[in-house]
Design a protein around this ligand. Structure first.
Ligand code: GDP
Ligand code: MN
Length: 385
């Protein structure tokens, strides 16, 4: 789950990481309570690259603050981080401007290649870190974060040297980087990123921007962070999935996928792609798929107007394929589904399930295995479009 910059900054403050003062504004009326003569106005959306998209503006007077806030509230940005539908800013922050001497990058991630938490630091802040990694890998330092979110002293020394932090700045940086690693670990983050971390002309380190994502599976341990979830930043289907405890991610293609198990769902998407099709979504209805969840899964898939066909791929390990077949027949009838539906069932009671589908009189296309299923749905969808 992602949260907004201002919420990420609240978390950073709890860990004694300095951030500029800011006010969160959701409507123009709120401006009258704020005494700032200049501000950096920043849209609050779950995407980076706001500066480039025109969502970060300097305002140099009260009148300008009002004018800029008016323009940025409700602004929509579309970039490679938002998906084609874009995201809308229902809030902005007015941030007290900070003078910048130099910008740095500091972040922590779950490093899947290395199977550990990694700290990432760079002397090139404020820009796209992926680009820096590609063009100037020597300007990036990666350090393993130890158990409990701890960094070793020799790592911190190496970090300060790499970043060019000396004397008092090194002292600040030491605390800051330790606190960042601790916050990352304790809050079960999947990403915690400060870009830019700035050094002011008076030699203070300040986190100018903050990005935080938490592992969904750890949310139960952090009710306060769960409360920060902003449904406006997700699609209707993503919200419905969240409320019903299903994993759903909308994608750009036109083949709706309903699968049980995340691994199988990924394999299904891969094989569709391999056969020349494009998945419209990732949907894991869970290991214990029920009739209701199947019905609900169909609703979500059908809420996407781009969907031209549906592939159901269920492995009946715990669940019975008979029950799944009943669920599918029920929705296809109730919803009068006209687009092609290909079903691949395997596992418990598979024969009974397949027979139910066959006898239903509905145009449900049976597949013998996953490859067959992918081939069938791709050719069906190609015929329709
Ligand atoms: P992003 O584009 O979504 O990453 O938004 P940021 O909050 O990182 O802002 C983009 C850029 O605007 C930063 O990299 C800074 O260069 C600049 N910026 C943001 N806030 C301030 C500020 O208070 N003072 C100055 N001088 N520049 C700022
Ligand atoms: Mn930034």
């Amino acid at each position: 789950m992602n949260i907004h910059e201002f919420q990420a900054k609240e978390l950073l403050k709890r860990y004694n990481i300095p951030v500029p003062d800011y006010f969160v504004i959701r409507d123009l009326d709120a401006l009258k309570d704020i005494d700032l003569d200049e501000a950096v106005v920043k849209i609050q959306v779950h995407a980076g690259g706001r500066g480039k998209a025109g969502g970060v503006k300097f305002a140099k007077s009260k009148a300008e603050i009002k004018d800029v806030t008016k323009r940025l509230l409700g602004m929509k940005i579309v970039n490679n981080q938002t998906g084609p539908q874009g995201v809308v800013a229902n809030a902005v922050i007015l941030s007290k401007p900070v003078d910048i001497h130099k910008e740095f990058y500091l972040g922590a991630i779950i490093d899947r290649d290395q199977k550990r938490m990694s700290l990432i630091a760079s002397t090139e802040g404020g820009m796209d870190i992926e680009e820096v990694a590609q063009k100037h890998p020597e300007k990036i330092l990666v350090l393993p974060i130890g158990m409990g979110g701890k960094l070793r002293m020799y790592q911190i020394v190496a970090f300060n040297k790499f970043m060019g932090f000396k004397a008092d700045v090194a002292k600040q940086a030491t605390k800051l980087v330790q606190n960042l690693a601790k916050a990352f670990y304790e809050l079960d983050a999947s990403i915690l990123e400060i870009n830019p971390l700035v050094l002011t002309p008076s030699n203070h380190l300040v986190a100018l921007d903050a990005k935080f994502a938490i592992d969904d599976n750890a949310l139960f341990r952090h009710p306060g962070i769960l409360e920060m979830r902003d449904p406006d930043q997700y699609s209707k289907a993503e919200n419905a999935a969240f409320e019903n405890d299903l994993s759903y991610v909308s994608l750009e293609g036109n083949i709706g996928c309903m699968v049980n198990g995340a691994g199988l769902a990924m394999a299904t998407m891969d094989i569709i792609q391999h056969e020349g099709g494009k998945p419209a979504n990732f949907l894991d209805v869970g290991g214990s798929a029920t009739k209701e969840r199947i019905a609900f899964g169909f609703e979500m898939i059908l809420s996407d107007p781009n969907v031209k066909g549906i592939l159901v791929n269920i492995f009946g390990g715990i669940v019975s394929c008979r029950m799944i077949a009943e669920g599918i027949i029920h929705v296809v009838k109730e919803r009068k589904i006209k687009i092609p539906v290909v079903v691949r069932l395997e596992g418990t009671h598979v024969k009974e399930g397949e027979k139910l589908l066959e006898d239903s009189g509905l145009e449900i296309i049976a597949a013998v295995d996953l490859l067959d299923a992918a081939k069938k749905i791709v050719s069906q969808v190609q015929e329709v479009i």
